[in-house]
Design a protein around this ligand. Structure first.
Ligand code: PLP
Length: 443
């Protein structure tokens, strides 16, 4: 079924050439400050979602191939039920509420190596990264942080200060505080992936850290994305984290992993960085999929690091880890485990990658398919040799896919990479629907 799939699902057909969403869009642009420059010529206004499907205000149904935050699927009945039940009981934070936070903390800690046993709850990925930096500063008594170039860690002041992926971001570049130091990027956020000579990057990053220390800055910690999600799924070179974490620890700093994009199952494991690379960080920041769309983030660390912070720093979040957040987070973890969603991410991800590779043999505009599990990227190029980015074509492909009923998003420095990160419950049939729509679009 292609196009307006509503009727096939027993839902209303789309109402004609002018949609109610056109008016809604105009109103939204007037008052909401987030969507002025949209990659869609006619962005849909989504009203509801279930599993990996979305429906807009006009009743058109789409396949959601991009919402990694909706980890267990939109409106999962167990998540809805857990949230509703807790909403009726209690939803305010205080230092003495019960609200399920204990069970939830225990469940999160159980997904991690034993030494990472203490959890702070916040509201978002940016907050989690901010707190991770503060924990490292408090535990080491130092101020300096080493980050990787071309990475993204969030939009709050501290997470933004260590984010160098946004080329024209004055808050992150011109005004980057003197406590931020950077090392060479391993692969790239921006779509120009360089993994052919990846073995170089760990030694180069280690040399950068040695230079930073020789220049008089003692690092409180080294932080990096353990997988470049926003490049459309690019892994760190094998062994990278072992070498770079060892270097920062040699200089007395802590190892911080930003698992906000991929933690909790997207790549077919609970965590990507240290499970794949065989390391255990001192501090891990997570968010996004743990709350299945609800504002929820967490920082997991060792007890002694948490205690050092508690004796020096201030931490109280009015809403972080609220009873409803805990109920949702807890239900999400149960669903991931009980429905085998990590296995699904591996199986369906491998099937999807194989189908996309196959499509690439017939369509030279596909420069590369990369990534792992249910976090893949398809790079569109004008020329496979020069890898000249096919930016305008990518926007047109997104528009056409939308007409065919698939929601996608371009990414990378040149906006020529489709990032593919559907809910973890996505079926093989759904990803086949997407690949068939992409094939028709390219034809
Ligand atoms: N860290 C990484 C790796 C991210 O990709 C993001 C968001 O895209 C963040 C942190 C910030 O998370 P949030 O948008 O929840 O503040």
């Amino acid at each position: 079924v292609v196009g307006d799939v509503g009727p096939a699902l027993g839902l209303p057909a789309s109402p004609g050439p002018r949609h109610p969403s056109d008016d809604l869009l105009e109103r939204r642009y007037r008052v909401v400050a987030d969507v002025q420059e949209h990659y869609y010529t006619a962005p849909p206004q989504i009203e509801r979602g279930w599993r990996e499907y979305l429906m807009d205000v006009d009743g058109r149904v789409y396949l959601d191939m991009v919402n990694n935050v909706a980890s267990v699927g939109h409106a999962h009945p167990r998540v809805v039920e857990a949230a509703t039940r807790q909403m009726h009981l209690l939803n305010t934070n205080s230092r003495f509420h019960y609200g399920g936070i204990t069970e939830y903390g225990e469940k999160i800690a159980a997904t991690l190596p034993d030494e990472l046993d203490t959890v702070f709850f916040v509201n978002s990925g940016s907050e989690a990264v901010d707190l991770a930096l503060r924990l490292a500063m408090a535990a080491t008594g130092r101020r300096d942080i080493v980050a990787m170039r071309e990475a993204y860690h969030g939009w709050t002041f501290a997470s933004d200060a260590i984010s160098t992926s946004i080329a024209d971001n004055p808050f992150a570049l011109e005004t980057r505080p003197d406590w931020v130091h950077t090392v060479v990027a391993a692969n790239s956020y921006r779509g120009a992936h360089r993994d052919a000579d990846a073995a170089r990057y760990a030694p180069e990053a280690v040399a950068d850290i040695d230079r930073i220390v020789a220049g008089g800055a003692l690092p409180a910690g080294f932080v990096c994305e353990t997988y470049f999600g926003n490049a459309g799924g690019v892994a760190l070179p094998a062994g990278y984290l072992q070498e770079v974490y060892a270097a920062v620890r040699r200089h007395g700093g802590l190892a911080i992993a930003d698992e906000v994009q991929v933690g909790f199952g997207r790549l077919g494991r609970w965590f990507w960085g240290f499970q794949e690379q065989g390391v255990v960080p001192d501090i891990v920041a997570v968010a996004k999929s743990i709350g299945a769309g609800h504002p929820l983030g967490a920082v997991i660390t060792r007890r002694e690091i948490a205690d050092r912070y508690r004796t020096q720093g201030y931490f109280f979040s009015s809403t972080g880890g609220s009873p409803v957040s805990a109920a949702i987070g807890s239900a999400v973890l149960d669903v991931i485990q009980q429905e085998g969603l990590q296995d699904n991410a591996r199986d369906v991800g491998a099937h999807l990658a194989a189908r996309l590779e196959d499509l690439g043999t017939r369509h030279p505009i596909i420069g590369r398919v990369h990534g792992s599990g249910l976090y893949l990227g398809v790079e569109f190029v004008r020329d496979r040799e020069t890898r000249e980015p096919a930016t305008a074509e990518t926007a047109a492909i997104c528009d056409r896919l939308l007409e065919l009923g698939v929601i996608m998003q371009p990414t990378g420095d040149h906006q020529n990479v489709l990032k593919i990160k559907p809910p973890l419950c996505v079926t093989k049939d759904s990803v086949d629907f997407f690949v068939d729509a992409l094939a028709r679009t390219l034809e």
